[in-house]
Design a protein around this ligand. Structure first.
Ligand code: ATP
Ligand code: MG
Length: 332
């Protein structure tokens, strides 16, 4: 079966609606048809400053949210990145194949470093996409299910795989991104032209999986819309309303066009009420199950260790192949 790999950074305790719709819901549907490897990418998270105790808690919480969202650890390989050293080792090799200018063109780095100030941004943040390439290539990944924001990083991964293969001989599988464009990108409720993000500026625009349902409903009721009254999708003119329709469509399975028709003659208040109901109904069980899982951290750690063992056995082999091709002398 086809191998897929994806990951989320434990850069916050709770994942958000963008992670859920753009990543976790897709991951769940792919479980049965693919050999899925899902990682909590803690080494990516430290590219921006993390408090150690929080990082540890957030890593477990992120893994728990994967499982609570329906990522069954007996069907997928689920593990924590830093527990498999080959990620850092392959990233080093790929660093040496990446052009400085090539890395400088990555828009996520430009966005994030602009927010932090270029002096505050770390070299790790700069080389983030190269570590991501290592994550993907270690597992002979064929398909990478990610949100639209990761498209450029998967492109870089393809370039690096191709470059290595042509310089050193066929070694890596060249992966493809799998992006559900229409429904893949969820925007901030207060600033619907920027994507919803764990590291967002405003709290009110962010729907967290682990928030209290009342708070979630309130945030949706105060989502920014526009001064018209018509409920229709238009990314340019009506980003707020479009975002709400996208969310409702993701949870109801009803295409946006049908939703537009069904809201004819109704107001923004009606739309928001329906979105709030749908989101709360979907997230409530995820939240409850996450809290249950976090009640037994030893069992959670055990599940993650099983995943790390399986991941490590694949990653070790790939890295050995790479070291051999490069000309490193194996330890006897
Ligand atoms: P950070 O702000 O720390 O970068 P993030 O919210 O962007 O956090 P990531 O861990 O970088 O989350 O991304 C995890 C996955 O979630 C990726 O597949 C990414 O494409 C997806 N994702 C993140 N934000 C959104 C969003 N707003 N809409 C859809 N998918 C998203
Ligand atoms: Mg991100």
């Amino acid at each position: 079966t086809t191998r897929i790999f994806s990951g989320i950074q434990p850069s916050a305790g709770s994942l958000h609606l963008g992670n859920y719709i753009g990543a976790l819901m897709q991951w769940r549907t792919l479980l049965d048809d693919f050999d899925a490897i899902y990682c909590v990418v803690d080494m990516h998270a430290i590219t921006t400053a993390q408090d150690p105790a929080e990082l540890r808690a957030n890593t477990r919480a992120t893994a728990a949210q994967y499982i609570a969202s329906g990522i069954d650890p007996s069907k997928a390989t689920l593990f924590v990145q830093s527990q498999v050293p080959a990620h850092a080792e392959l990233a080093w090799v790929l660093n040496t194949l990446t052009g400085f200018g090539e890395a400088s063109r990555m828009t996520q780095f430009k966005d994030k470093s602009a927010r932090q100030g270029t002096d505050a941004a770390s070299v790790g943040l700069f080389t983030y996409p190269i570590l991501m390439a290592a994550d993907i290539l270690l597992y002979d990944t064929k398909v990478v299910p990610v949100g639209d924001d990761q498209r450029q990083h998967v492109e870089l991964t393809r370039d690096l795989a191709g470059r290595f293969n042509s310089r050193f001989g066929d070694t890596f599988v060249v992966p493809e991104a799998r992006i559900l464009t229409d429904t893949a990108r969820i925007y901030d409720l207060q600033d619907p032209t920027s994507k919803m993000s764990k590291s967002a500026a405003s709290d009110n625009g962010l729907i967290r999986l682990l928030d209290d349902p009342k708070r979630t409903a309130k945030k949706i009721r105060s989502a920014v819309t526009d001064t018209e009254r018509e409920i229709r999708a238009d990314r340019q003119a009506k980003p707020g309303v479009t975002n709400l329709l996208t969310i409702l469509s993701a949870f109801s399975g009803t295409p946006v066009a049908e939703l537009e028709a069904s809201f004819q003659g109704k107001g923004y208040g009606d739309l928001k009420a329906d979105v709030a109901d749908a989101v709360v109904a979907e997230l409530e069980p995820v939240r409850a199950r996450t809290l249950e899982l976090l009640d037994d951290p030893a069992e959670l750690d055990r599940l993650l260790a099983v995943g790390a063992d399986r991941a490590e056995s694949i990653a070790r082999e790939t890295l050995a192949r790479v070291y051999d091709r490069i000309g490193f002398v194996p330890r006897s």
